[in-house]
Write a protein that binds this ligand. Structure first.
Ligand code: ADP
Ligand code: MG
Length: 632
């Protein structure tokens, strides 16, 4: 047995570096967080060879006074907390006081800094096994520059784990993006191998923030996202959530910040997944940039060295708040909302004015007018329909398994007729003449294409609707509603099924008895580790009951809630809805089509079908013009 010895300072720091310094990106994270903690409003990041050769971060923050410089590079030295209690409400991103020491033990690090009122700048670096800090005079404006060269030059084993320059830079860029998303008030410039990669100006207004999100997450995201900002029970959730139809094959556009700190958290992803459950295509991942503010004392950030995880003191409340806020936000998305957000783009705006007021000057406007007339005159036969005759020559009673379903639409169509009649004219020209945009968001039907799509005209141009998908969603939402309203029907099982569970799960089943009852289950505890299912919701006859009960219990234990039963019931309702919805090749009359459009506007989540595919899309006049090279 060898004798016990104290580790040298450098070796101890190198071991500590193992936890936080994995690659250039992790160095960048620590240095950027320090800059932001120092109150910087501008941060410049210079990278060479993916950050392996050089990573230089310069900020205009408070700087470090000369006497503190030696300390800044030693372990367990921080200006951010002084006692344990401070940890309870830590507002800075760093607090462990070991990042600089760790990084400097595995690279060639120099830190140069100047503070206000001090005559010159100073530079510090460490030398030898003991990492003796050496301070020398230098030149620097107020603020700090940390230069890290040759990462892992003295730890070859670590260096071997580094990937290509491109991959390492990719990780590093991601770190910059995350911080840029968490601090809109700071401007960030990122250069790689002498090329500018990102120039992100500080963002104050909503528009500037949108812009930064577009710059970091791509313009498509912003165009397909809704904004939300909800406050409740001392918590606030705000940010952008991607529409269900804008999902991704990977969970790579998901940013969640808790009190300004980016985190990956099981509770959060569970709540988000649950909120999207009903609207997302199988296997796809939702997109979001979300900010949660909570009382700092209600969240523990000191769970993991990289601080990517947090622990909420009251995780149930947080889960519920996240789920219900997002669930609502997604349900609220109606065709109209998307259009308003689309119309806020200046290009579309101009075009809109041109279309809705064809009297505008210029030859092209004249041309428009003609086109408009051609378009409006086309469905001349439809006038008789609007007049109240429900049958159309084209309407053939083919494949009419769904005649009943459509009968419902017939009634709604009458209501639509009235609305249209009230507008004192069968066509939209009169509506436009009134100069009041009374056209509903999804407009009025023009025709049906191939028995699959409804073509409609609204304010912005052409609307295309997948009629089966749309009808399916509407039927489904209605069934869910009436199912809820009537209460879930419960049915005793012939042979009570006993389920073996853990003691904790059995306790949980007892604790949540009322929840189970409200969902149509009757559970009875038969022993320390046995529960018996005596009754189930009648809709779930075919389901694998014991598996479902077990899954629900494990959800309840982990998150305090579970929507599995509801999800299962919903799945069955969705299947019924699918079979009960208009099939392709079913000819619809104009009133039927219009009624469907009005229903879509009224129905929650109608922007996507039950499988998360879009139910409709808009082709604006501007886009159509582009197709025909008009106005160039
Ligand atoms: P921590 O951030 O956990 O405090 P670090 O090792 O990252 O630990 O930094 C040590 C200390 O050095 C910080 O507490 C801070 O006082 C100072 N410091 C580091 N970087 C900067 C910077 N860019 N500007 C001002 N002070 C800094
Ligand atoms: Mg730090």
């Amino acid at each position: 047995m060898k004798r016990i010895q104290l580790l040298s300072t450098r070796l101890a720091n190198q071991i500590a570096a193992g936890e936080v310094v994995e690659r250039p990106a992790s160095v960048a994270k620590e240095l950027l967080e320090n800059a932001v903690d120092a109150g910087a409003t501008r941060v410049d990041i210079e990278v060479e060879q993916g950050g392996i050769k050089l990573l230089k971060i310069r900020d205009n923050g408070s700087g470090i006074v000369k006497d503190d410089l030696p300390l800044s590079l030693s372990r367990h030295a921080t200006s951010k907390i002084t006692e344990l209690e401070d940890l309870e409400a830590v507002a800075s991103l760093g607090f462990r006081g070991e990042a600089l020491a760790s990084i400097s033990s595995v690279s060639r690090l120099t830190l140069t800094s100047a503070v206000k009122g001090q005559s010159s700048a100073w530079r510090v670096q460490t030398e030898g096994r003991d990492m003796q800090p050496v301070v020398s005079p230098s030149a620097h404006p107020v603020g700090t520059t940390v230069e890290v060269r040759d990462l892992f030059f003295n730890t070859p084993a670590r260096r071997k784990f580094l990937k290509t320059e491109k991959t390492e830079f990719g990780h590093l860029e991601e770190v910059v993006k995350r911080l840029a998303l968490s601090r809109f008030d700071v401007s960030f410039n990122l250069r790689h191998n002498q090329r500018t990669i990102h120039q992100l100006k500080a963002a104050k207004t909503q528009q500037e923030k949108d812009r930064r999100v577009a710059q970091t997450c791509g313009p498509d995201f912003i165009e397909n996202a809704v904004c939300l900002d909800v406050e409740s029970a001392g918590m606030r959730l705000w940010g952008w959530v991607g529409l269900p139809t804008y999902s991704r094959s990977q969970a790579d556009l998901q940013y969640f910040f808790v009190n300004g700190r980016v985190i990956r958290d099981k509770l959060v992803s569970h709540a988000v997944r649950q909120a999207y459950r009903d609207v997302l295509y199988n296997g796809r991942h939702p997109t979001f940039v979300l900010y949660l503010s909570v009382d700092p004392a209600s969240v523990d950030v000191n769970v993991h060295p990289t601080k990517h995880e947090v622990r909420f003191r009251d995780s149930r409340t947080v889960h519920n708040f996240l789920f219900s806020t997002l669930h609502h936000a997604l349900a609220e998305v109606r065709p109209g909302d998307q259009l308003t957000s689309a119309s806020s783009q200046p290009v579309t705006d101009n075009r809109l004015t041109a279309t809705s007021k064809p009297a505008a000057t210029g030859a092209s406007a004249g041309e428009f007018q003609e086109q408009e007339q051609i378009r409006f005159n086309q469905p001349a036969s439809s006038q008789s329909i609007f007049g109240g005759q429900p049958s159309m020559p084209t309407q053939q009673p083919t494949k009419h398994q769904v005649a009943e379903q459509l009968a419902g639409y017939g009634k709604l169509a009458e209501a639509a007729d009235e609305i249209i009649a009230a507008q004192s004219g069968p066509s939209m020209e009169s509506v436009e003449a009134n100069n009041e945009p009374e056209i509903p968001p999804l407009g009025f039907a023009l025709a049906q294409l191939k028995g699959i799509y409804i073509l409609a005209e609204n304010q912005h141009g052409l609307v295309l609707v997948d009629m089966h998908a749309a009808h399916e969603r509407i039927t489904y939402e209605r069934m869910k509603q009436s199912y809820q309203a009537e209460g879930i029907k419960c049915q005793p099982v012939l042979v009570p099924e006993s389920v073996a569970v853990s003691q904790r799960e059995a306790d949980c089943a007892e604790e949540f008895q009322t929840l189970f009852t409200s969902l149509g289950f009757e559970l009875l505890r038969m022993g320390p580790e046995t529960i018996v299912v005596k009754a189930i919701p009648s809709l779930l006859k075919q389901a694998h009951i014991s598996q479902l009960v077990r899954d629900v219990l494990s959800d309840l234990i982990e998150h305090g809630t579970s929507d599995r039963i509801q999800a299962h019931i919903n799945e069955i309702l969705a299947t019924i809805a699918c079979h009960g919805s208009v099939r392709a090749n079913r000819k619809l009359t104009h009133p039927e089509m219009n009624a469907l459009l009005r229903d879509m506007e009224r129905t929650e989540r109608s922007g996507q079908c039950n499988h998360g595919r879009p139910t409709w899309t808009q082709l604006s006049v501007a886009e159509l013009d582009k197709l025909f090279l008009r106005g160039r």
